[in-house]
Structure formats: C-alpha cells, structure tokens
Design a protein around this ligand. Structure first.
Ligand SMILES: [Zn+2]
Length: 384
C-alpha cells in the first residue's frame, strides 16, 4: 500500500499547531518581560496576571488537552504561584504546578478536570484567571501508542530551497503496536525554535512514510536561511522516542551555475541598473527565486532577457544577455533553481555575463524601483 493511502493529512490540525507555534513565541516574549520587570522586591509582590493558557503536552488543539496532559499558563508575576485551579465535574481541583517561572507556570491536568477557566493562585492568596477557556478531554481521546519508536528519519534533499524544484521531504519509519498519530516539527537548529509543525493522523507503523513540508513557517512566510531539522514524534508525546534529521534551507539560489566573478554593480558611472556577473559563455542560468515568468523577450540593449515575478517576495528578478530566448514561457511558473537559459553576450554586452537586476514590488516597469542586487547575490553565492 502506498503511504498516501494509509494516512490522512489533517490540514485543520496543522493550522492548529501553527497557532501553538505562534503562541510559543509570544509566551517566550511574555516570559522575558516578566523576568525583566522583576517580582516586586520590597513590599507586597504584584498580583499575578494571566495572559493566556495553552496545551503543551497531550494536546488536541491549542487549548484542548486531555487529562494527564500539561498546560502552560503565561503572563506576568506568576513566580509565586502555588496552585493551579481547574474546574471539575465535582467541584474545583487544585494542583501544585510542576514548574513555576515569573512569566510561565506549567501544570499537569488532573483526572476529573472539566473544561472552563483555569485560575492561578499565589502564596499570598492573590488570584488570576485565564481569559480563554481550556477544553479538557478524557485521557483516552489521545491514544497512547504502545511500543512506539521512530526507526528511521531522512530529509531529502539535504539542501532545500523555498519553492525549489524538489519538494522538501521527510522519509520516516516507526514501529508501534498499532497505527499512530505523528507530529513532525520543523526546527531551526541554531535557536532550537519550531517554525512549523505537521500532524499526520493514523499512520501505519513498519511502513515507509513521506511527509512534505511547504517551506513556509507557521505564518506562511519563508523562515530564515540556515540549518533545520525534521523532528518526528508521537502526537501523544511521552509515549516513546523522537528522532531528527537535518537539512539546510534557503530562500534563494545563486543564479549562475559555474565559476564566476563580479563586474560592474549599480550605477558604475553609467546609470547601470544591476550587477554583472561574468562566467564562461554558455554557463547555466537558473531562477534565483521561483515565480511567474512576466517577460521572456529580446531587446537591443538587454539582449535575450527574462523577468520573473518572485513567489512571496513581490520582487522582480531580471536576467539579461542570455544566449537565446529563455526556456520558460511567459505566464508559466518556474521553481527556484530551475534552468531558464544560458549566459552569453546578446544585446549591448562586452563579454559573456549575466546582468542581474532586482526590482521592488510591484516590479520591473510596473511601479517598482531598482534595488541594489549585489549584497543579495553575494549572500546567495555563499551557500549555493
Ligand atoms: Zn550590466
């Protein structure tokens, strides 16, 4: 059976986990703000203030947790919290928090807890209520998968580009006694920050699986360039191992695919609108950024040239002095790294070179203006 047939990718759940990720950033910020403000020092400490509550373990949604899962209450002046109070079917249930920081309190959801507003109480008797309801589900709402262990994870390709020719994929395999819900986090290595999560429901064990990441963070933007990893774990958490596999992710590729050196940049005493990059005649030119081909034409100065409206940048990428008419048709989609032509000296050019221009949105002769492409080019050059 193909992996696609054995699992359903739940878009809704993905969206929820996106909220979770966005929240984590806010929580970190609040936690920092709390720490910076201090806890009063002299006199009566400030009463606690609660900004939000989210599920952190055994989660079905950002504010939906199962009994025995964990929640995080964030806010300010929470450092003296001694009890977290949950509504219960048979009256309130107080639990001792498992972790207390000024900006964040973690607590295990007790068996018997019911949905509703959670309250934190300090040792001084001051209280604060979470503004949002917490939804509590029975413990068996998330299956604990027995024998869960991730056996293999592999990212492909090892160097991935936003909107690249190859999808950014994770191959994985796990063992378990039954199908499991899988959580795949895309984590920026340097800051150990989860930028996106994918939830895959009811996945078959002992079967090679492939998950695809769209190269966008939880807010739908390309995340920072650099090293990332896919981390695979059971959605239920705590029930087993997780494993990770690394890859590099970049939002652009250097457009000239051969040995090259830089010529004139912007201005150059002659109103030059781009950066010239010299290379052997016929060197392959690829799209630095995928997008839609706006123009593929010939002009006496530019020679054969191609203008691509970059995906998610709104900027236009202009490639001039190509050997012949560019490969992609006007109006067609090209991917980052896709060949668009070969470098030459057509038009007003001395020596084979790529004349590259970068235009701000809305783009080339559409109301945008010329940007200095030299720094971006040199940046892309470093990694590609
Ligand atoms: Zn030029």
């Amino acid at each position: 059976m193909s992996p696609g047939a054995t699992r359903t990718r739940t878009r809704t759940t993905t969206t929820r986990s996106i909220g979770l990720v966005a929240f984590a950033a806010v929580a970190a910020l609040l936690s920092w703000a709390g720490a910076a403000s201090g806890d009063g020092g002299i006199g009566t400490p400030d009463p606690p203030r609660v900004k939000d509550i989210v599920c952190s373990d055994r989660c079905l949604d950002i504010r939906t947790v199962t009994e025995t899962g964990k929640v995080e209450v964030t806010g300010r002046d929470l450092g003296e919290t001694t009890a977290v109070r949950f509504p219960g079917a048979a009256g309130r249930i107080d639990v001792k928090p498992s972790k207390v920081e000024s900006g964040r309190v973690t607590a295990k959801v007790p068996t018997g807890a019911a949905s509703g507003k959670v309250i934190v109480e300090s040792r001084y008797g001051t209280k604060a209520k979470a503004p949002e309801d917490l939804v509590v589900k029975p413990e068996d709402a998330i299956r604990s998968v027995k024998g869960f262990a991730v056996k293999r994870v592999e990212a492909a390709p090892k160097t991935a580009y936003f909107d690249g020719r190859k999808d950014i994929e994770l191959d994985y395999l796990f063992e378990a006694d039954e199908p499991a819900d899988i959580r795949i986090d895309i984590v920026a290595k340097k800051k150990n920050k989860t930028v996106d999560s994918i939830i895959e429901k009811n996945v078959e064990p002992f079967s090679n699986q492939t998950a695809t990441w769209d190269g966008l963070d939880a807010k739908g933007k390309p995340p920072r360039n650099g090293k990332y990893k896919f981390r695979v774990s059971a959605l239920g958490g705590e029930s087993g191992s997780s494993q990770a596999t690394g890859f590099a992710y970049y939002d652009h590729i250097f457009p000239l695919r051969g040995k090259h050196y830089y010529g004139d940049g912007l201005g150059a005493g002659r109103g030059h609108q781009g950066q010239d990059v010299f290379a052997r005649c016929g060197t392959k030119i690829v799209a630095a950024r995928g997008g839609t081909v706006q123009t593929n034409a010939y002009q006496s100065a530019a020679g054969y040239y191609v203008v691509i409206d970059g995906k998610k940048t709104g900027e236009d990428y202009v490639y001039m002095h190509m050997e012949k008419k560019g490969r992609p048709k006007e109006g067609s989609r090209v991917r980052t790294g896709e060949t668009i032509g070969r470098e030459s000296d057509t038009g007003d050019a001395t020596g084979c070179h790529l004349h590259f221009e970068l235009w701000s949105a809305p783009g080339w002769y559409e109301g945008g203006h010329v940007l200095n492409p030299t720094r971006p080019l040199k940046k892309w050059d470093k990694w590609s």
